[in-house]
Design a binder for this molecule. Sequence first.
Ligand SMILES: Cc1cc2nc3c(=O)[nH]c(=O)nc-3n(C[C@H](O)[C@H](O)[C@H](O)COP(=O)(O)OP(=O)(O)OC[C@H]3O[C@@H](n4cnc5c(N)ncnc54)[C@H](O)[C@@H]3O)c2cc1C
Length: 495
Amino acid sequence: MQQFDVIVVGKGNAALCAALAARDQGASVAMLEAAPAEESGGNSCFAGGVMRFAYNSVEDLKQIAELSDEEAKSADWSSNTTDEFYDDLYRVTSYRTDPELSEALITKSFETMVWLRSQGARFVPNYRQSGVVAGRRKFFGRMPIEASGGGPGLVQSLTDTAIRKGVEIFYETRAVSLIYDGECVLGVTAKSRGKAVEYHARAVVLACGGFEANPEWRTRYLGPGWELAKVRGTRFNMGEGLKMALDIGACPYGNWSGCHAVSWERYAPEFGDVSTSHDPYRHSYPFGIMVNAEGKRFVDEGADIRNFTYAKYGRMVQQQPGSYAWQVFDQKVTHLLLKPYSVRSATKVQANTLEELAAKLEGVNPEGFLKTVREFNAAVRTDVPFDPTVKDGRRTVGVEPPKLNWANPLDTPPFEAYAVTCGITFTFGGLRINHQTGQVLDVNFNRIPGLYAAGETVGGLFYFNYPGGTGLVSGSVFGRIAGTGAASAALTTLT
Ligand SMILES: Cc1cc2nc3c(=O)[nH]c(=O)nc-3n(C[C@H](O)[C@H](O)[C@H](O)COP(=O)(O)OP(=O)(O)OC[C@H]3O[C@@H](n4cnc5c(N)ncnc54)[C@H](O)[C@@H]3O)c2cc1C
């Protein structure tokens, strides 16, 4: 039996932020991580590292990222004002996002980024989402900053700080249940290298992800067929944090049948692999078309910039016959395809005519495909100029679904096509928390003494869809809130 003021379950970004915030209050803190050290860090270690937070101008960005005056002056850094952030989050979640949680996320996002920097995290410009327009670099998508070294870099720097500050980390230690006396949470029972171990604490923070790696729960909550989805990230997020809390009467909250899921290399491995974690990305669909087994289009590939559509289109792919699709491009746009399209593991076919391509699209009805392309090509408003740097309004007229931006006739060989399936990132359903303290609420909406949650374990923020770059920031905002809340409760009960 071991005793701490605060136990944090998990060792991803949300957990590290909770641990650091609790430690800074003076609490003794232990982190329990299911994974061995070399696989630790959860989905946070798979993240590209882009961060969506509110800022008004490049002057704000200078407080977060290492930007020289020269760099700052030489580009259009755009803005992501709190109003813009609200608009994006509310729009993509169909106005379902919890008002209090989203307010906490948005209004605390900037100060939390500054706090992350003070905790040793380093940030750099996200040049991947920028381009040169009329001779000047311009950032798109309202998130011009990313963690240096991506998600792994962020996790490493926060881990280093946590160790330096005296946080104890127990690897290969999977939390199994909460120690609960019927009123208060008093610790965690874990399985550590085959042995049952009790960790006692005055407060417990659950920051151990959702249930995206658990095929049985995916089928149960997301629906039939979801057991077949590829897991983009860690294999360790099995939903145990949610189960432990629900078992003692915590209130479930949010979009339990919803998740973040993307178009993903069709033959990617079952789980993510940190060493090749970006290879299966297939996010360039706005510049082509996507067809299913019948050869039919099934989404508006150009509905919005990819940050606002990619997280919901995985579900659309999952729902197609056989849960696969092909993304098709012609030579006019292949220079715009993101780097992962050129990796050797990409399932790619190429042809000099559309008929030849149709025969190469494994599992696709060739006549259906050729009919789709004929109708699509005829429907493009070629009088509107194509501009990949803005929502250009170059749309189709008269085909269903329409393509509202970046529509181009497929007419310039060689043609290229890439096979995709559904890759799940994380689940949206979680626990109901108090937005000021991170404390978990019971089914009567009363606070459960001693229990806190953060990150993917929290429900209520994301519904149906998600604005890219919000997962890490929400983990940091609510991790910091939960760690502070847990430590102040733990230290108050001491005095
Ligand atoms: C491929 C990919 C790319 C992404 N890119 C971005 C991006 O660029 N920007 C962005 O904002 N978001 C991105 N995301 C989403 C982002 O990674 C997540 O939203 C975020 O990392 C979640 O953080 P978390 O701390 O809540 O969970 P995680 O980082 O998943 O951490 C959960 C932790 O809990 C541990 N754990 C699980 N169960 C137990 C248990 N029973 N006992 C003990 N430990 C347990 C896990 O091992 C892990 O350490 C991406 C995700 C993926 C998969």
